[in-house]
Design a protein around this ligand. Structure first.
Ligand SMILES: Nc1ncnc2c1ncn2[C@@H]1O[C@H](COP(=O)(O)OP(=O)(O)O)[C@@H](O)[C@H]1O
Ligand SMILES: [Mg+2]
Length: 344
């Protein structure tokens, strides 16, 4: 029997209440991640990529958020049923996160080393293998061990002279270096699952390549499962084994990268792929398509992409299309998946 997935998101529904009303921002998300898989999650801005990642870490502020249904099984346990203490036991230790928000960013007031040491000490309380010192060891010994682990992790993410640079403040590092530090911070607790939200978006292309190579090495060495949120299909092609395409809170197409990029089968995926520049500095970046993501306070009743879809038929507006297996785990939630219909 094959091992159950590390992460299994089943029919996740989330709403966000704002001034204008309650928006159904995740509408039945399904996503399974196994060890050694790197899942790219792509889609235009506002499609629910970050909220999916934040839901797994249970960092969506609630209110305004409300989970309307579904499960987020991690190692078979539903994260939606855990309390904050239970989640704190997992975050940073079994679930590593790199988010573009203050909760997982570097604090400018503290030296990089202090921040890494804190994370290592906290992770060691759950897994004493991390520091490799006896649980009863004194504070000084534990701290020294934590610092050693921090230096080693910084070196692992490609920071040279880590033993000296560990005492720098974040502002003394370039953007690319700070991103490496954030990755080190996410990895120091040796997570089984890493969620990285646009970890390379702010970086130039060569640094981006280095960071992606680094992530690939980490997946190999630690048999992690990874969710890599990005709006760059070039990044997906380079760094991911699998991809999930999101539109308006729904995963409209998913599967192994090679199959999906070779045979994009949902009209939204095809439109996205047609919209990306294939050369120049913005290579691979999604640009957004003509038209707008629908208002999710009153979403379309059927396929959420139907209002922008050239192929939409009456049946597409009747109810949400169920995912169809196109073979080999390649799924598309479309009534007419496949290459664009021949022009009549
Ligand atoms: N704190 C919030 N309050 C209200 N709406 C939110 C909040 N965060 C996100 N949203 C809405 O949820 C939708 C999905 O957002 P998000 O997951 O950030 O998209 P993405 O990461 O794909 O760009 C968007 O329509 C966004 O406006
Ligand atoms: Mg986002």
């Amino acid at each position: 029997m094959t091992e159950p997935p590390l992460l299994d998101i089943r029919d996740l529904h989330l709403s966000m209440t704002s001034f204008d009303g309650e928006a159904h921002v995740l509408a039945g998300v399904n996503l399974s991640v196994r060890r050694n898989e790197v899942w790219g999650v792509v889609g235009e801005t506002g499609c629910g990529k970050s909220l999916t990642g934040l839901s797994i870490s249970r960092l969506v502020p609630s209110p305004p958020a409300r989970y309307l249904g579904g499960e987020i099984l991690f190692d078979g346990r539903d994260l939606l049923s855990l309390d904050e203490a239970g989640m704190r036991n997992l975050r940073g230790h079994r679930i590593g996160m790199i988010f573009q928000d203050p909760t997982t960013n570097l604090n400018p007031a503290f030296r990089i080393g202090e921040q890494l040491v804190d994370v290592a000490l906290a992770a060691d309380r759950r897994n004493p293998d991390i520091l490799g010192v006896a649980a009863r060891a004194g504070w000084r010994t534990r701290r020294r061990a934590a610092r050693d682990v921090a230096v080693r992790t910084l070196a692992e993410v490609g920071i040279t002279d880590a033993a000296e640079r560990i005492d720098a403040y974040p502002h003394e590092f370039s953007g690319g270096m700070r991103q490496r530090v954030l990755i080190a911070m996410a990895l120091i607790g040796r997570p089984d699952l890493l969620i990285a939200d646009e970890p390379t978006t702010a970086l130039d292309v060569s640094v981006q390549s280095q960071i992606l190579a680094l992530l690939a090495g980490m997946v190999r060495d630690h048999a992690m499962g990874v969710i890599l949120i990005t709006h760059n299909l070039g990044v997906v092609a380079k760094a991911c084994s699998h991809v999930a395409v999101m539109y308006a809170g729904v995963i409209v197409e998913s599967g192994p990268v090679a199959a999906l990029l070779r045979k994009p089968s949902h009209p939204y995926t095809r439109a996205l792929m047609a919209s990306i520049p294939t050369s120049g500095v913005r290579r691979g970046e999604l640009k957004g398509l003509p038209g707008q993501v629908p208002n999710l306070i009153k979403p379309p009743r059927g396929c959420r992409f139907a209002p922008r879809c050239a192929q939409a038929a009456e049946a597409c507006r009747a109810g949400p299309p169920q995912p169809v297996d196109l073979g080999g785990g390649h799924m598309a939630a479309c009534l007419k998946p496949g290459p664009a219909a021949e022009a009549a």
